[in-house]
Every structure is written in structure tokens, then in C-alpha cells.
Write a protein that binds this ligand. Structure first.
Ligand SMILES: NC(=O)c1ccc[n+]([C@@H]2O[C@H](COP(=O)([O-])OP(=O)(O)OC[C@H]3O[C@@H](n4cnc5c(N)ncnc54)[C@H](OP(=O)(O)O)[C@@H]3O)[C@@H](O)[C@H]2O)c1
Length: 186
């Protein structure tokens, strides 16, 4: 059965990116290679992914995708980008731009994923919207040995221990990989 999984790297104190949306703090952490080898296995089980517009624009910019569309890494996965704006498209990539409540896109998203899982790429509030709608099953975080003063939050919602169960703990280089299952609130 398809699951909705939030899989991301985070700082020790719960930030996805700094205030300028930079991930420079992440790329210098030793052990990313080990974490990435597991990541291809994770991607193989994904039927659709969802990201917010800041994350999409970061990818556009970071990979220079307008000039190098071949660098779009998720060509085999249908991608949903949530935005209220018109964003640049990437040729030959199956990217669906949607605007509105999670409930309004849920049927299309779950049909698209089929038996495979749905990856919530981020950001944190987008994942919070899925949690609010009762569509968040698992959180997989790779915690980097980094703290930031401020930045983009990992998951700005209150989910207490009655909803989150620690399923596994693993070390990959300097990352602590934690997997939590999520029980929907009543
Ligand atoms: N550490 C990691 O591994 C990791 C993982 C993921 C992301 N990141 C980074 O973390 C940062 C996240 O940025 P962010 O917190 O701003 O989050 P984001 O989810 O990437 O973007 C938020 C924006 O998406 C649009 N949006 C969200 N929900 C929507 C909805 N239901 N309908 C329509 N539009 C919606 C809104 O913008 P508009 O309507 O104005 O378009 C909103 O301001 C980025 O810099 C990203 O690169 C890091």
C-alpha cells in the first residue's frame, strides 16, 4: 500500500535551509556519499513526489535547469510542484503545477503514485499541510551535525509522541538517520 513519506536532511536544530535558502552547510558534511547510496533505493519505491515552489526554484537555480534540463534528476517520477504563481517549466519533465489545498490534489496524487510511495520533498509547511489533512505516514530525517541560528523550519507543526513512533536509527557518515512512523491525529 502506498505511503506518504517526508524524507529530508535537517540541521540538528530543525532547519532545512538557512534564511537565504542556502544548503552550503549541508554539502560540507562528511558521509553524504553513504547516505546517497541508500537514497537510490528509496527513490526506486517512489511513484510521485511533491515540493513547494521555493524548493523547486532552488533546484532550477542550483542546477541551472533552464539551460540544462537534462539535469532534472527526477525524470522517472511524476513531480507535483505547489505554487500560486506561474513558474518556469523544464522540457520533457513530467512536472504538474498545482495550487490549493492538499485535499484538492489528493485524488490525482494518490492515483498517480499507484502502489508506490509518495515522497514529500519539502518544505516544512507543505509537509505540515499533508499532516493536517491526515496524509503523512512516515518521516525519515538525516540529521547533520550543524546548528543554524534561524532558517526554513523542518516541520512547523505540533506532533507529540502519541503520534510519532521511532522505528529505526542508523549512522551514515556524520549523519544520524532517524525513521518515525506517523499516526494520524483524530
Ligand atoms: N535540507 C534538505 O534536504 C531540503 C529538503 C527540501 C527543501 N530544502 C530547502 O528548504 C527550503 C524550503 O523552503 P520553504 O520553507 O519556503 O518551502 P517550500 O515548500 O519549498 O515553498 C513554499 C512555497 O510553496 C508554495 N506553496 C506551498 N504550499 C502551497 C499550496 N498548498 N498551494 C499553492 N502553493 C503552495 C508557496 O509559494 P507561492 O505560492 O508563492 O509559489 C509557499 O510560499 C528551500 O530552500 C529548499 O531548497 C532543503
Amino acid at each position: 500500500m502506498s505511503r506518504v513519506i517526508y524524507n529530508t536532511a535537517t540541521t540538528l536544530n530543525g532547519f532545512l535551509a538557512d534564511d537565504e535558502n542556502s544548503l552550503s552547510w549541508l554539502f560540507v558534511v562528511p558521509g553524504a556519499d553513504q547516505a546517497e547510496s541508500d537514497f537510490s533505493g528509496f527513490l526506486a519505491g517512489i511513484g510521485a513526489l511533491v515540493m513547494g515552489s521555493t524548493t523547486y526554484e532552488w533546484l532550477l537555480d542550483h542546477e541551472n535547469l533552464t539551460e540544462h534540463p537534462e539535469k532534472w534528476y527526477y525524470r522517472d517520477i511524476v513531480s507535483f510542484v505547489l505554487s500560486s504563481r506561474t513558474l518556469p517549466e523544464i522540457p520533457d519533465a513530467d512536472i504538474r503545477f498545482r495550487n490549493g489545498d492538499v485535499d484538492a490534489i489528493w485524488a490525482e496524487l494518490s492515483d498517480t503514485a499507484g502502489d508506490r510511495d509518495i515522497w514529500l520533498v519539502g518544505g516544512g509547511d507543505l509537509v505540515g499541510q499533508f499532516a493536517d489533512a491526515g496524509h503523512l505516514d512516515e518521516i525519515r530525517i538525516s540529521v547533520a551535525p550543524v546548528t543554524l541560528v534561524s532558517g526554513k523550519p523542518l516541520l512547523p507543526r505540533r506532533l507529540e509522541s502519541d503520534l510519532l513512533t521511532l522505528e529505526s536509527v542508523q549512522q551514515a557518515g556524520q549523519f544520524a538517520e532517524l525513521v518515525y512512523s506517523v499516526r494520524s491525529g483524530d
